[in-house]
Design a protein around this ligand. Structure first.
Ligand code: 1MF
Length: 184
């Protein structure tokens, strides 16, 4: 994954657990890289190893860390100069989810080593939709839940999420029932 992802993981862990905890996690993961470069592509193993090491070092479930990371990601990218890109995604929570696939297609044009997941929506109403998530990468569905929470915060929208189909349970891809209420 692009270094930007590892940088966001590092920032979240440093902020929540401190610089010394981050150094212990990095060493436990066997990651020799001291400074991640946002536009370099790193093996996915680096990211997975960091999450696994953080989980054992901190005694926090990997799924919880992934969810926290997803929530952090929307804020992080907005701050890293991707605010305009995020703005292209739409002006409401609902619109953003409907545009999520196109947003990744656009990012992939500029960053050819991006391996974006697929997101698409069905059963769309004014206040609910079913989000489908298909990825080349395993076990990241909890991150999607965090991303949805982060988007809810970004758009000041109350969000309720149910994970209704799981790849780890044999489903073809993950599905989420998402209910949302925009501010009046
Ligand atoms: O393959 C990749 O490197 C990759 C990196 C980030 C693929 C996807 C993403 C973004 N995605 C992370 C979870 C991936 C899970 C999976 O693969 O199954 C989050 C997608 C997302 C979901 C909801 C709301 C917003 C989302 O992301 C918006 C977004 C997506 C990509 C970027 C920024 C915002 C992005 C921009 C530039 C990148 C990499 C990703 O590369 C850089 C970075 C800095 C300098 C140069 C290039």
């Amino acid at each position: 994954m692009y270094g930007m992802v590892n940088k966001a993981v590092e920032e979240l862990l440093r902020r929540n657990y401190g610089d010394e905890a981050w150094e212990r996690i990095r060493r436990r993961a066997g990651v020799d890289i001291k400074v991640f470069v946002g536009m370099d592509a790193y093996p996915d193993k680096v990211t997975y190893d960091l999450v696994a090491a953080a989980s054992s070092e901190l005694g926090v479930a990997a799924d919880s860390l992934l969810e926290a990371f997803g929530e952090h990601w929307t804020l992080y990218t907005a701050r890293q100069g991707y605010g305009e890109l995020l703005a292209l995604g739409g002006s409401s929570f609902r619109e953003f989810l409907l545009n999520l696939h196109d947003l990744h297609t656009r990012v992939a044009l500029t960053f050819p080593r991006l391996e974006p997941p697929s997101f698409w929506c069905t059963d769309v109403t004014d206040c609910s939709l079913r989000l489908h998530y298909q990825s080349t990468r395993p076990a990241l569905a909890p991150m999607v839940i965090g991303l949805l929470r982060g988007l809810g915060r970004m758009f000041d929208t109350e969000v309720a999420i149910a994970h209704t189909a799981r790849r780890e349970d044999g489903a073809e891809h993950d599905e989420f029932d998402v209910k949302f209420r925009a501010p009046a």
